[in-house]
Design a protein around this ligand. Sequence first.
Ligand code: AMP
Length: 428
Amino acid sequence: MSKIFNVARGTADILPADIPLWHEVESKARLVFKNANFSEIRTPAFEETELFARSMGQTSDVVQKQMLTLMSQNAQEGETSGLSLRPEGTASVVRSYIENSMDRKEPISKLFYIGPMFRGERPQKGRLRQFHQIGAEVIGPQTISPLLDAQVIAIAVDILKRCGLNGFKLKINSLGSAQDKENFSTFLRDQFKNHLSELCPDCQNRFERNVFRILDCKVQTCRAVVSNLKLGISHLSDDSQQYFQQVMHALQNMGIAFEHTPTLVRGLDYYTHTVFEISDPSLGSQDALGAGGRYNDLVTLLGGPQVDAIGFALGMERILLANATREIPAQKIDAFCVFFDDNSLAKAFALIQELRKYDVSCDMSFRLSSVKSQMRQADKNGARFVMILGDEELKEGKVALKEMATGAQTKESLDNIAQLAQLIKKGS
Ligand code: AMP
């Protein structure tokens, strides 16, 4: 017996019955982005590994453990192509921003993307190796404004609300400028140095490499150490404090509920100033719906001009999981054509071809079968009308048009397909 193939671990088929839900989320997001004057960008699914390593930081979990790197075709053992599947969208968008000199074309680039991302994680509910993100990046020389930070957060919140989610929580914090971050990491090292033995092995490692990450470790003993810290915004300079106060003020003015969470640091090196995370307690252990923040130094780090930026990414699978009870009606067609013999089969085939030119969605059975079975098929496809090509109708050059909801039946001429199409589409 030949081998039966299964979908690869950590990936999933999105089956036709679920597609309307995906379309709904995508179209809500597109509408929110359109209202806010964002344009879509599509970047390739893989890039140079070094791009991700440089932007996300060598010490990030994603770069250290989760990068899916491609092998080159004639690879010797351990040799790679230097290319990796994208684990997130920001690095690629910034690479494209620089490569296409967007800073010379516009003072502010408002970009969004929707697409698959890839990480070699241990799969579990809500955590996949191929998942999908809706993301936004605002990049340019004129993008430092607390109002813009608040606006970007508001866009993420608006997308989630329009997707029917209400139970989520927004946490925000500020990491300050690169100098503030430096001061903060010195402060944290000072605080942790007497508690090293209480930290988990990962955090003992993080102490040197990326001390911020200790703040969001889930291990109980690490949490206990962190909860004894007195954190506020005092590690920020006056300017950074004022900036953050203005972001919070703008959110309050927009009626967006949030919690200032001083331990929120995000795992990636590139964040500066505002960072935020949106989670939904109903999701269990993988409760993050999305996250983002400001990354004023990333564009220069990747060899680009001195411009600032802010962005976010929302996980589409998580949005759908948080909204699991939602039902979307199955796709329906306008009309289904029923025929009786080889002669009417040919006529039916020609008729549906013509009607489709007028954007009537229609279908037929492509092999002769009983009328009963064709009617069943019409029903299964949710056809609003059934078109019947019986002997009598064909002799008269007509088609019987039956409206399924009411049972009302009329005869319509086949001479004027535009008119027939109009009749079928009326009220659809
Ligand atoms: P991150 O770039 O890790 O902050 O991810 C942003 C959002 O993408 C998260 O809040 C999740 O909603 C989603 N996400 C990240 N990793 C995965 C994954 N492995 N599987 C499913 N969704 C994910």
